[in-house]
Ligand binder design. Structure first.
Ligand code: ZN
Ligand code: ZN
Length: 187
């Protein structure tokens, strides 16, 4: 029984790689360089690649006996918020990609799980799932504007960078507070 539903990939989609030009002979190589707009939600809640921002794909497609090995880098901009002080983070990101995509009906295709090894759909490769995984793995779950960000004063919410080193809030002992009220009554 065929495992595959007909290809639903659009060869013109920015993150779909077309391997028609790549001979199915182990060792055959092609490079793929393109700049594509980032898809939505590429990253996490705290930091992500803004939708539509340029993603620089610099990839190598290599025929292997059972499919195509895609490797290379994807780079782009990331924006987010510091987990300690909420300052804006505007940074760049480079992720490495190395993923094997098995030919349909190859031994790899029939003996492995789709979670372990990617699949080709005809001559097409959908790079997006691998790209998402790589980006999410590379981005920090708790991004910081800088390694030693001191964060905010828990009392007044001002960035500790902007406050003098001896910054503190006068803590009134509740017992003294009661006493000062007493004094006022006596007056
Ligand atoms: Zn910070
Ligand atoms: Zn304070």
């Amino acid at each position: 029984m065929p495992k595959h539903t007909p290809s639903t990939l659009n060869p013109r989609s920015p993150l779909v790689l077309d391997t028609r030009e790549l001979p199915r002979r182990p060792g055959a190589l092609r490079t793929e360089k393109r700049v594509v707009p980032a898809p939505a939600d590429l990253g996490g809640e705290m930091i992500a690649v803004p939708e539509g921002a340029d993603l620089d794909l610099d990839l190598r497609l290599e025929s292997v006996s059972e499919g195509v090995l895609v490797s290379g880098t994807v780079s782009g901009r990331v924006r987010g918020e510091c987990g300690r002080c909420l300052r804006e983070i505007d940074d760049s990101l480079v992720v490495r990609i190395q993923e094997l995509y098995a030919y349909e009906n190859s031994t790899t295709d029939t003996t492995t799980d789709e979670d372990e090894v990617g699949r080709m759909q005809g001559d097409l490769i959908d790079l997006e799932p691998a790209l998402r995984d790589a980006v999410v793995l590379t981005l920090p779950t708790n991004p910081l504007c800088r390694e030693d960000c001191p964060g905010l004063c828990p009392e007044c919410g001002v960035h500790l960078d902007d406050l003098p080193a001896d910054h503190s809030h006068e803590q009134i002992d509740p017992r003294w507070a009661g006493l000062s009220q007493l004094n006022r009554k006596e007056e």
